[in-house]
Design a protein around this ligand. Structure first.
Ligand code: EPU
Length: 432
C-alpha cells in the first residue's frame, strides 16, 4: 500500500503550472458521445478519474488516444453500447454524466446507481427529474436504472435542489438538451466555471447554448454535433490547493496558467487569513505575509467558496490565531479530514454541517489516512506545515484529482515522497 511521507516545516518557493480541471474534463469527455467525428481535448489532466471515464467511454464505443502529454483524441462510434460497466460506475460517481449523452444520442442508457460515498449522500434525483422532463422514461431494476427515449423534446426545467443546484445534473441536462427538439430553459442551473467550459465545448461542436455561468441556461436543440478542438480550463481546486499549501507552510509561490477569475471567493478568504496575492500577466503569486488569522467561512455553490476547497482551507485554519467556523452547505458531512487533523494536534469541534477550529501554534506529524480526494489534499497541506513526519495512506484518493502532486510540491521546495508501505488502518478507503 503506497503512502505519502511529508517532512514538514519548510516554507515553499518557486513556480508551478496549474493543470486542466478534472471536473471540466470528465463531463466534456462524456459529451464526446454526442458528436459525429473526432474531438481533440487539450490540457487534460492525467488522473485516475480521467482513466476511469476513459475506460467507461471505451466500453461505450468511443476510441480514445493520447496524442500529446495532455492532449486526448476521442472518436465515438454512432451506435455503440448503452451500458457502462458496473464496476467502473461504482468506482466513480462522475460516471453518471454519460447518462444524458447516451439518452440523447443512442435513445437508451442502463446504469448502476453510482456507488456510496464518504463525503455524504449524493442522490441523482435531480438528474432524473431533468432528463424525464425532456422525455426520458426510467425504470429501476436494482442495481440498475434503465432509461429510454425517442428524440428528446425541449422543456422548462428547474434544477433547484435542497442544497442548491447540481453541477453534474446541470451538465447532464445541457448535454441531453443539445440534441432535443426545441428549446430547453434550465432554471437554478449550476453556475460553476466547469459548466461554462462544457457549454463552450458544446457550442464549438455546433450546439446552441446561452447563459452558462448564470442561473438560467437556454439550449436550442440542433440535429447533430460535430467534433472540435478544445482546451480545458485551469483547475481552480488544484490551484487553490497549492495556495493552501503556501498558506500553511509559508513562503511565496507563483502559479502559472491559473484562472484567478474563477477563484475570487477562495482568494477573498485567503486574503482575510493573511495571504497576499499579486497578478502579473497570466501568473498569480501568493505569499504568506503575516501570521495566519482565523476566519469564518461557508462553502456554497459557485460563486461561493467551493466545497472542494473546504478541507484544505480547514487545514490551514488549524494554524490561524483565534477561532474559525467552517460550514459546508453543499456536503454537510464532508468532514472526514477533521479526525485526521486532530491526530496531528489540531483543535477542532464538530457540529452538524460545521467545524469550529481553534488555532494552535503548531501541528505535529502523524500517521493519517485520506478518506476522500480533498481530505487527502488537506492532509498533505497540514503535513507541509507540521513538525516531524506525516505519513498519509489512501494515496489512491489523492491520485484521483492531483497529478504528480509530490513531484510538483518537491519542485516548490517541499520534502515529500511516496513509498510502498503497510496499510495503516483497514477499511478506511472508499471512493468519493
Ligand atoms: N444533489 C441532490 N440531488 C441530485 C444531485 C445532487 O440532492 O440529483 C445534492 C448533493 O447531494 C449535494 C448537492 O446537491 O448536496 C450538490 O451536488 P452536485 O450534484 O452539485 O455534485 P456533483 O455534480 O455530483 C460535482 C463535483 C464534486 C463537487 C460538487 C459540488 C464533478 C465530477 N464533481 O459533483 O467534486 O464537490 O460538484 O461542487 O464535477 C471533487 O472533485 O472532489 C468533487 C467531489
Amino acid at each position: 500500500m503506497e503512502q505519502i511521507i511529508v517532512q514538514g516545516g519548510r516554507p515553499l518557493g518557486g513556480s508551478v503550472r496549474v493543470n486542466g480541471a478534472k471536473n471540466a474534463a470528465l463531463p466534456i469527455m462524456a459529451a464526446s458521445i454526442l458528436t459525429e467525428g473526432p474531438t481533440v481535448l487539450h490540457r487534460v489532466p492525467r488522473l485516475t478519474d480521467v482513466e476511469t471515464i476513459s475506460e467507461i467511454l471505451r466500453a461505450l464505443g468511443v476510441a480514445l488516444e493520447w496524442i500529446g502529454p495532455d492532449s486526448l483524441r476521442l472518436e465515438p462510434t454512432a451506435n455503440g453500447p448503452v451500458e457502462p460497466p458496473l464496476h467502473l460506475v461504482r468506482e466513480m460517481r462522475a460516471s453518471v454524466c454519460v447518462l444524458g449523452p447516451l439518452l440523447a444520442m443512442r435513445g437508451a442508457a442502463s446504469m448502476a446507481m453510482p456507488g456510496g460515498c464518504v463525503i455524504g449522500r449524493r442522490p441523482i434525483d435531480l438528474h432524473l427529474k431533468g432528463l424525464r422532463a425532456l422525455g426520458a422514461r426510467f425504470e429501476a431494476e436494482d442495481p440498475y436504472i434503465r432509461a429510454e427515449a425517442g428524440r428528446l423534446r425541449g422543456a422548462p426545467i428547474d434544477m433547484a435542489g435542497p442544497r442548491g443546484s447540481t453541477v453534474l445534473g446541470t451538465a447532464n441536462v445541457i448535454m441531453a438538451a443539445t440534441l432535443a427538439e426545441g428549446r430547453t430553459v434550465i432554471d437554478h442551473a449550476a453556475r460553476e466555471p466547469e459548466i461554462q467550459d462544457l457549454a463552450r465545448f458544446l457550442n464549438a461542436c455546433g450546439a446552441r447554448i446561452r447563459g452558462a455561468g448564470t442561473p438560467r441556461i437556454v439550449v436550442d436543440g440542433v440535429r447533430g454535433l460535430h467534433g472540435t478542438d478544445h482546451s480545458i480550463i485551469a483547475d481552480r481546486i488544484e490551484a487553490g490547493t497549492f495556495l493552501a499549501a503556501v498558506g500553511a507552510a509559508g513562503g511565496e509561490i507563483t502559479l502559472a496558467e491559473a484562472c484567478p477569475e474563477h477563484m475570487r471567493a477562495v482568494l477573498g478568504v485567503m486574503r482575510r487569513m493573511g495571504l497576499e496575492f499579486r497578478l502579473d500577466g497570466g501568473e498569480l503569486t501568493a505569499r504568506r505575509a503575516a501570521p495566519l488569522r482565523a476566519v469564518d467561512l461557508v462553502a456554497t455553490p459557485h460563486p461561493g467558496v467551493p466545497t472542494d476547497m473546504q478541507p484544505q482551507l480547514t487545514a490551514v485554519l488549524c494554524l490561524a490565531g483565534g477561532e474559525s467556523t467552517v460550514c459546508d452547505t453543499v456536503y454537510p458531512g464532508r468532514f472526514t479530514h477533521v479526525a485526521e487533523l486532530e491526530r496531528m494536534g489540531a483543535c477542532i469541534s464538530r457540529r452538524p454541517g460545521k467545524a469550529i477550529v481553534r488555532g494552535v501554534d503548531s501541528l505535529r506529524g502523524a500517521s493519517v489516512a485520506a478518506a476522500d480526494l480533498r481530505a487527502g489534499a488537506a492532509l498533505v497541506v497540514a503535513g507541509l506545515a507540521s513538525q516531524g513526519t506525516t505519513t498519509i495512506s489512501g494515496t489512491e484518493q489523492i491520485d484521483r484529482g492531483h497529478e504528480d502532486l509530490e513531484e510538483r510540491l518537491r519542485e516548490l521546495g517541499a520534502d515529500i515522497s511516496r513509498v510502498d508501505g503497510e496499510p495503516l488502518r483497514a477499511g478506511r478507503r472508499k471512493s468519493a
